[in-house]
Design a protein around this ligand. Structure first.
Ligand SMILES: Cc1ncc(COP(=O)(O)O)c(C=O)c1O
Length: 441
């Protein structure tokens, strides 16, 4: 099929693009028109190596026929069924299949359509759980600086990125832990940084300030992604878990990026050996072929809400498309691929190759830090004087011109290739990126 080529580009004016400098983009668009395996195809027919798995989501690579066929079959069998007081078998089948790779005990699944919805759902479950146990005063939420939890009002409030929060009303009763990024002590760490476990202790300060009995939950990304790939300091997540246990707070891991193999285990929870009470996911759940999200819930939390008369709806929450049959079909086919191709283990075995490769960029122009874990990495550039973000944006454009898709947040270049990436393609990523970084003065 010929997709859009440069000479039949559609009118770009109507689509208000998300998280994009719309006018700048429309003056000089970057359009991808097709994808297969590890590559996108640009409008002009050039192959672009996908260094970002789309947007941290196409973990099994592009254009998987198994997923396309499952989606087609499902659409022709049952395109949609109402999810409230009705349902369809594949939602149950997919939820059950997900529990086979979930951390021990997190075997109840609430479906959403995105990571943002998963986060807001998890925050509401946390409050509902405490209320069901007679502790309805536990409504306070603790997030962390430099975190991203989507763009719903809940996720925005617990999130810690100022540009996303500025100008919007956020939820009352939200506080934040300090972020763990410490360039002075941890620059060029390989894997987990050594310094900063004590940043978790700030939770004690917040408990002392607000009272544990007012706090519902703490939410963190096990590895902060959108804020620029910030792996947690050694021991940090373990300490957070212990503090949450001490004070009766639920711990939520936002695994929208780290879930589905990005670190070489199904979820970061298993990678770190730290089990949260709730876990939010999306992206790789369907290999991004159909929008979907899911909240994994510890059984005891679910069961605490299954009270009262059997005729009563236990949780007044849900989406028209919760457990959409087509998303579930895509998800089942995706899980099959992950299992059949052992992609999570493949990620684990490639991680050392990846680490070597990305750290070989040390010494390139303006590189002030390189961070990595699993198949995630960030290369941080010093901001240009008076023009923060300019270097990052130039790298994005020049890498694309050289045949590589990267993601940039300000002056941090983030990389997260599909888990099918080959060692040669890893080498190619740094081969393209190194000279590009050097050209950005
Ligand atoms: C950790 C995290 N949480 C939540 C979200 C929001 O997901 P979505 O864009 O699907 O709403 C993202 C998106 O990148 C994310 O990285």
């Amino acid at each position: 099929m010929t997709a859009y080529a440069g000479d039949n580009r559609p009118d770009l004016s109507a689509f208000w693009m998300p998280f994009t400098a719309n006018r700048q983009f429309k003056a000089d668009p970057r359009l991808l028109v097709a994808a297969a395996g590890m590559h996108y195809r640009a409008e002009d027919g050039r192959e672009i190596l996908d260094g970002t798995a789309g947007l941290w989501c196409v973990n099994a690579g592009h254009g998987r026929p198994e997923i396309a066929e499952a989606v087609h079959r499902q659409l022709m069998t049952l395109d949609f069924a109402p999810p409230f007081q009705m349902s369809h078998p594949i939602a149950f089948e997919f939820a059950r299949a997900l529990t086979t790779i979930a951390p021990q005990g997190l075997d109840r699944v609430f479906f959403t359509n995105s990571g943002s919805e998963a986060v807001d759902t998890a925050l509401k479950i946390a409050m509902a759980y405490h209320a069901a146990r007679g502790e309805g005063q536990r409504t306070r939420l603790i997030g962390r600086e430099r975190s991203y939890h989507g763009v719903g009002f809940g996720g925005l409030s617990v999130g810690g990125l100022v540009n996303n929060r500025r100008g919007f009303v956020t939820l009352p009763g939200v506080d934040h832990l300090p972020h763990t990024h410490d360039l002075e002590k941890n620059a060029f760490s390989r894997g987990l940084p050594d310094h900063g476990v004590e940043k978790a202790d700030d939770l004690e300060r917040l408990v002392a300030l607000h009272g544990a009995e007012t706090i519902a939950a703490v939410i963190v990304e096990p590895v902060a992604g959108s804020a620029g790939v910030l792996p947690p300091p050694v021991g940090y997540l373990e300490r957070l878990r212990a503090l949450c246990d001490r004070h009766g707070l639920l711990l939520i891991f936002d695994e929208v990026i780290t879930g589905f193999g990005r670190l070489g285990a199904p979820f970061a929870a298993q990678y770190f050996g730290v089990t949260p009470d709730l876990m939010t996911t999306a992206k790789g759940i369907t290999n991004a072929a159909v929008p979907m999200g899911a909240v994994f819930v510890r059984r005891g939390i679910h069961d605490a809400l299954m009270q009262g008369p059997e005729t009563a709806i236990e949780f007044f929450h849900g989406y028209t498309y919760s457990g959409h049959p087509v998303a579930c079909a895509a998800g089942l086919a995706t899980l099959d691929i992950y299992r059949r191709e052992d992609l999570f283990a493949r990620c684990a075995s490639l991680a050392p190759v990846w680490e070597e490769a990305v750290h070989s960029l040390r010494g390139r122009a303006n590189v002030i830090d390189i961070r990595n874990l699993g198949l995630m990495a960030a290369i941080e550039l010093a901001p240009r004087k008076g023009a923060p973000g300019a270097r990052g944006y130039e790298v994005l454009n020049r890498a694309l011109a050289a045949g590589l898709l990267v993601r940039v947040t300000a002056d941090v270049i983030a990389l997260s290739p599909p888990l099918i990436v080959s060692p040669d393609q890893i080498a190619r990523i740094v081969e393209i990126l190194g000279p590009v970084i050097d050209t950005v003065a």
